[in-house]
Design a binder for this molecule. Structure first.
Ligand code: FAD
Length: 410
């Protein structure tokens, strides 16, 4: 029968679910992953940060990722009108990986999930979790419905919610809290890019700022197969002014207003439907309970501007699997001080950087001509995902960013 009882049930087989599953299975626990969709499936979030390589390595997945032949990435470039500057992530303050990849998530997520299966994890695709009940015998019961409408229950000692924007437990347990970040709309697609510009650097994500409205920004993420992910992020009010048009026209309209990005895409073939995500920033009142913890996007999601999503998701999986391993071995653990607080340290670094992006101070720092190389390496470290390295003054006291912006304006 499909019924069963497990040490750990994980909701969702995206990056956070797959990494937690592989780690816990390798530690000897009996892990089931329930995934609503079938892989490969599309997901947004294609630009990784070097810090994520460490968590892939820990989970035993790095070789498979390297061998997939994804687009090499060594930094991030920023453009605004005639201004252009970039960070090379190998020139950074913190130790660790300085390069990573730009990945088609359909393929990337399947590789991670397959690695977890090779480790011995069971993944049931097409199975959605619909309810969560704590039982008196110190276990949890989940109600599951598969895509043939078969319904059944599974029980677990502990549940990890890795359901991303599905936010299964925040919804079921009423943990959702409004994000302090503004509501934005993102439009995106994949194109056959045909980028002919000689000086175009495929090894970096290109972030462009709208020439008149610095709250509007774009990404161009080249892949290794001649295709690219392109997208725009708009304040909701700006999107609403254009809502009578089709999303593809709105995306193209805004791209024509950029300099370098528009020039790069003059020959691009728009051959794929345009996707839209709105109001994706989210927060929760708590990230763990007696029998559960929230991973990745099922917890807090900030903003896509610094490509921090997958890195935070993998960091959460790495921290949570270590705490849960101890707990399942009968040790006393404290999820608040061993999971939530350490995770939030880096999330809060990124939060200050995201706020600094939208209030203009970080854009000032990025585009200033008078850069101090030592400070540039500290900023580069955070942008490379080393947002948990408290040796970095911009992690230890992220508000320094605003002081730095004022200095740059002098
Ligand atoms: P996901 O990868 O979302 O996986 C969740 C899985 O759970 C899905 O497969 C889903 O099918 C499954 N699921 C949902 N509900 C259920 C259910 N009831 N039962 C069973 N399974 C369920 N991040 C980056 O790192 N780089 C970027 O460049 C980047 N760009 C972004 C651009 C935009 C516009 C947005 C909105 C986000 C971006 N992100 C980026 C963030 C990134 O997409 C996420 O942070 C990342 O995918 C989170 O991974 P995850 O493992 O938490 O969840």
């Amino acid at each position: 029968s499909a019924n069963g009882s497990f040490d750990v049930v994980i909701i969702g087989a995206g990056p956070s679910g797959a990494v937690a599953a592989a780690n816990l299975t390798r530690s000897g626990h009996n892990v089931l992953v329930l995934e609503k969709q079938y892989f490969p499936r599309f997901s947004i979030g294609e630009s990784l940060l070097p810090q994520s390589m460490e968590f892939l390595q820990q989970a035993g997945m790095l070789q498979a990722v390297i061998e997939a032949g994804f687009q090499f990435k060594n930094g991030a470039a920023f453009a605004n009108k005639e201004q252009y500057d970039f960070f090379d992530f190998r020139e950074k303050f913190s130790p660790g990986w300085g390069t990573t990849y730009q990945v088609q998530r359909a393929q990337f997520d399947k590789i991670l999930a397959d690695c977890a299966v090779k480790e011995g994890t069971e993944i049931r695709y097409g199975h959605a979790v619909e309810s969560y009940t704590e039982l008196e015998n110190n276990t949890v019961q989940l109600h599951v419905c598969d895509d043939q409408n078969n319904e059944y229950d599974v029980s677990a000692k502990f549940v990890l919610d890795a359901s991303g924007f599905g936010r299964v437990l925040p919804k079921l347990l009423n943990l959702e809290k409004e994000s302090t970040l503004s509501t934005r709309v993102s439009l995106f697609t994949h194109v056959e890019d045909r980028i002919g510009l000689k000086d175009f650097d495929r090894n970096k994500i290109l972030i462009s700022v709208h020439p008149e409205n610095s709250e509007i920004w774009y990404w161009l993420i080249p892949f290794s197969n001649g295709r690219s992910s392109v997208g725009v992020v708009l304040p909701r009010s700006v999107y609403e002014q254009h809502q009578d048009q089709e999303d593809e026209l709105i995306l193209k309209h805004f791209i024509t207003q950029t300099g370098k990005m528009c020039e790069s895409l003059t020959e691009a073939q728009f051959d794929t439907a345009v996707g839209k995500l709105a109001g994706y920033s989210s927060d929760v009142t708590q990230m763990s309970g007696k029998h559960f913890a929230l991973l990745g996007n099922a917890g807090e999601f900030l903003d896509p501007v610094f490509s921090s999503g997958v890195t935070i998701a993998l960091k959460s999986a790495s921290l949570a699997s270590a705490v849960l391993d101890k707990q399942l071995h009968g040790e006393q653990v404290d999820w608040l001080s061993e999971y939530e607080q350490p995770l939030k340290l880096g999330i809060n670094t990124f939060r200050t950087f995201v706020e600094g992006w939208y209030d203009g101070s970080l854009q000032t720092v990025i585009f200033t001509e008078q850069k101090n190389p030592a400070i540039k390496e500290m900023i580069s470290s955070v942008l490379a995902g080393y947002a948990w390295d408290t040796n970095n003054p911009y992690v230890n006291t992220p508000k320094r960013l605003h002081v730095l912006a004022q200095l740059c304006q002098k």
